[in-house]
Design a protein around this ligand. Structure first.
Ligand SMILES: Cc1cc2nc3c(=O)[nH]c(=O)nc-3n(C[C@H](O)[C@H](O)[C@H](O)COP(=O)(O)O)c2cc1C
Length: 365
């Protein structure tokens, strides 16, 4: 992250966080007047992870709700000045009074300053309605993005005044009933950006050779499991597998795909019961160990037999105990379908993820 400086109205020095790749489409975040850029920081990080370059602006201080006309003018002119100094036209995402400022700054001729506008919980006075009606750039109006209280009757008046549905350029998202407001807001934002400010694919890889296919398959993000059982001598065995899929709820079925060449394959072909341990972020070393030949996989690893006797690894995110239901040959793997007889899970842990050949963690936790 770096800090950039802009010259605001009257020569005032304004600063902003700058994060993200140089060639990615730019988003300018404008917080509520009186709030610092801290307010947008989590959103900024999530936007960067989705391939955007983010300028998170620190506005000049503002007084309370009764801010003076001079203050309002200064904020609007600050934003116009910042936009004029930016190298490319950003999508402006603005909250509450920041939305009011952005609507004022962009209403008359904003299309040459910005590629789009997202107004989150903007106060809906007659003035903002008038400003929004003059917007000539793709605009998303989000209501209740921060709290359901912000879906007030005034917002309904705003909605009534906007030509939403008639104008292809103004859309609305109503978050009044969102269960997780932060996540819903981010989801709407990303969807709007994907449509209105698409990222250009810098390169495509295509082919039908094994390397390309392997890499293409690796674009499907998964969790990581360790499949466990007991061999004929009663010794615990297991291997790391990310080919896990839930199959059916009634009856409760899941599957894993096991390589015919895996040392554990003969045991799993004949098992009566097996376990599937879905790993949490603290179990990455266990994942490596159960994917490496010659390791004593269960040494110093806390585990205990479940109700069916299968080895269950302590502190897993989820452990499924399964009865072997069916087995299907599938090329160089076989598909092992299990009927779940018992599941136990820990709701407060983050999963270990696997994507493009690397372990990952949740970004939006
Ligand atoms: C993240 C990850 C996912 C894997 N997924 C699978 C899988 O779904 N099926 C499989 O047969 N092997 C999978 N493997 C490879 C096996 O874990 C590895 O070949 C292991 O050594 C097999 O052990 P075994 O030969 O003792 O049975 C995966 C490995 C890693 C690191």
């Amino acid at each position: 992250m770096s800090i950039v400086e802009y010259k605001g109205f009257g020569g005032v020095r304004l600063t902003a966080d700058l994060i993200g790749g140089e060639h990615d489409p730019v988003i300018l975040l404008v917080p509520d007047a009186g709030q610092g850029r801290e307010a947008w920081r989590a959103v900024a990080e999530a936007l960067v992870l989705s391939g955007r370059r983010v300028v998170n602006l620190e506005p000049r201080p503002a007084s309370g709700p009764d801010w003076s006309t001079d203050e309002q003018v200064a904020h609007v002119e600050d934003l116009r000045a910042v936009l004029a100094q930016m190298g490319s036209r950003p999508v402006v995402v603005a909250a509450r009074r920041g939305g009011w400022i952005a609507a004022q700054a962009l209403a008359p001729d904003g299309a040459h300053l910005a590629a789009g506008l997202v107004l989150v919980d903007m106060p809906t006075t007659d003035e903002t309605v008038a400003a929004a009606l003059r917007l000539a750039l793709p605009t998303l109006v989000v209501r209740g993005g921060f709290s359901p209280k912000e879906c007030t009757p005034a917002s309904d008046a705003f909605r009534a005044a906007l030509p939403i549905g008639e104008s292809a350029d103004i859309e609305e998202a109503d978050m009044a009933f969102a269960a997780d407001r932060g996540e819903a807001l981010l989801g709407q934002l990303l969807e709007f950006l994907e449509r209105r400010q698409p990222r250009k694919a810098t390169e495509f890889q295509a082919g039908s050779d094994p390397r390309t296919l392997r890499d293409a398959m690796g674009c499907f993000a998964t969790g990581v499991t360790i499949v466990t059982a007991h061999d004929a001598d009663g010794m615990p065995v297991g291997l790391t597998a990310n080919s896990f899929t839930s199959v059916s709820l009634d009856p409760p079925l899941l599957l894993v795909c096991i390589a015919n060449t895996a040392g554990t394959a003969p045991v799993l072909r004949d098992v009566v019961h097996f376990g599937v341990n879905v790993l949490q972020i603290g179990q990455q070393p266990a994942s490596n160990r159960f994917a490496t030949k010659g390791e004593d996989r269960f040494a110093n690893l806390p585990w205990a037999p479940g109700q069916t006797g299968v080895p269950l690894l302590d502190s897993s995110l989820v452990s499924f105990e399964c009865e072997s239901e069916s087995l299907h040959e599938a090329g160089d793997h076989f598909i092992l379908v299990g009927r779940v007889v018992r599941a136990q899970f820990e709701p407060h842990r983050d999963p270990l993820l696997y994507f493009r050949g690397k372990y990952r963690r949740l970004h939006f936790a």
